[in-house]
Design a binder for this molecule. Sequence first.
Ligand code: AHR
Length: 700
Amino acid sequence: MDLTYAACKLLLFFLLIFRTSHQCCATGINANQTAWLFVNVSENPPRKIPNTMFGISFEEINHSGAGGLWAELVSNRGFEAGGQNTPSNISPWSILGDESLIFVSTDRSSCFDRNRIAPRMEVLCNTDGGNMCPAAGVGVYNPGFWGMNIEQGKTYKVTFYVRSLQPIEMSVSLIGSNALQKLATADIIDENVTNWTKKEILLQAAGTDPNSRLQLTTRKKGTIWVDQVSAMPLSTHKGHGFRQDLFNMLADLKPGFIRFPGGSFVEGEWLVNAFRWKETVGAWEERPGHFGDVWQYWTDDGLGYFEYLQLAEDLGALPVWVFNNGISHNDQVDSSVILPFVQDILDAIEFARGDPTSTWGSVRAAMGHAEPFDLRYVAVGNQDCGNKNYRGNYMKFYTAIKGAYPDIKIISNCDGSTRQLDHPADLYDFHVYTNANSMFSMAHNFDHNSRSGPKAFVSEYAVTGNDAGRGSLLKALAEAAFLLGLEINSDVVEMASNAPLFVNANDWRFNPDAIVFDSSKVYGTPSYWMQHFFKESNGAILLNSKLQANSSSSLIASAISWKNPDSNRSYLRIKVVNFGSNRVSLKVSVDGLDKNSIEVAGSTITTLMSSNAMAENSFSEPKKVAPTTSQLENASNRMNVVLAPYSLTSIDLLRKSNIVQVAGCNAALWSAPSREDEEREERGVELKSSAMSPLSTVFG
Ligand code: AHR
């Protein structure tokens, strides 16, 4: 090494130390622990993190879909939730008018073959005579899912089917929570509805009320049947039926994949109540709906197999379909008679990917999606490995799917992390629910696994129990540490998703969850915000990093280099979890990156933290614990960063896009990579850079 170069480096280093310690003291923060992080950007060959690494797992649990992401406002729109025998319960529908005015029962006279139940309203009162109907009329109303969110100026499409032997005069209204304020109303007058007749009305709301209801009323004596009553806001995402605010929460995570529709929901407590995809496609009016007996609620299956695939496409995420393999929590199909179930799944894949002229591809095309969906992953069951028939059934599904679709990746329920699988699979499913300390330690779960064989799909992970509260910061930090471990082990872990994703605050079946909502509001828990720190990792380059600390047990870090596709600018991101109660002074040294190749103005530091590790968000304080970003004043290849107790920190160094000359000292100590260099880097070709020597020798 030439002497001038060495002297220059030494000078730069002392200047840097002076600058960073000066900045540290200027902020008035006294760190009481020290740690060192060494990152090497020129490691070869570069390791690409899978494009699918971080995604989401959507389950119909906690009314995530029905009464959640699926924007349908009417609950039990087909009146089937009470079962197929009459008389049946019409809940949550209620009757307007006492027994002297109206008699409501159910019969099996619907025009829809797969859902025959329809309510029959025998109106006893009239517009005149001795038994006058009240001015507001009599009929039925639906409160939605704990209230319908009706917003002023927005338009709602109300659809229903009606039949009567007499001419009808009805009103369809959206009513505010005080049961008096009409937010919108329309009259339906028809001389002849002796055959079932479809009615479609657009209602524009004149006021806002998150706890509204839909009413069908009349003041005319006679008998009226109604069925399949729907109220949909027109303002759903792309008109595809997804509640826009909840969709946005998902889209903001930039998920690489979406796993659906469960979870245990896929299995059912009993097979008879499991999700059956064929009952969820085609015209919504003809879907029978089903009772999800694991999470104990009815869904009309408006959010069906087609809509899940559409959701994945709208999110730009790969769909991962979890199908029932003939096993529920309490019963199972014997492998000797499983073939009809296998055929059912082949039909489903044809529905998703088949030519529009194929039997099931044509059903998809008729639903408005001629192009195949990009289904590349299927999971054979959920948490079913321990069941007697799992392997037998699995092999039948595996052989048939691989035979017809060799490119589809098949996910086994059996854990391949501790021992080699005894059956073929492309990936194995891995679920973990545990306390915060153990989740933090699990960051190292995949460190020593075999690097060959199927990769892991960590499709459900969450801190649960007391540490989690209803979504604490502590939970988020332990999960962040786990994800850092997965990122580092992304050669053996291909995908990961937190679970559950959503909870309707009125039906907290499984706690905790990432996103909490009610009819009109939504907030992310710290765990949701934690996932934002990983959204740039999909497809990024994992950098070699090494953490040294006198008490390293509460720290974990990883480093990536990623490119913002919008600005085409490249960043180096370092993420660190401080899981301890001490402040830590972290001395970062990035080898292979010259200080002059970093744009201080565009470099940032983002933290997720709170003075209380158990802090949670709520409807009243939705962003009490949320990431805050500020400019990183001391952005450099050698810098000192103070990590707050119980925090997740992301340091983003913006890399200059041009070659940088260091005036008066060494010319071009390091050249920022050109686009071609970066493309080569992504392809795994050696990137040439004249790197400074590692600072580990200084700090170490
Ligand atoms: O994520 C909630 C539930 O936990 C899932 O339905 C199941 O797979 C797991 O046991």
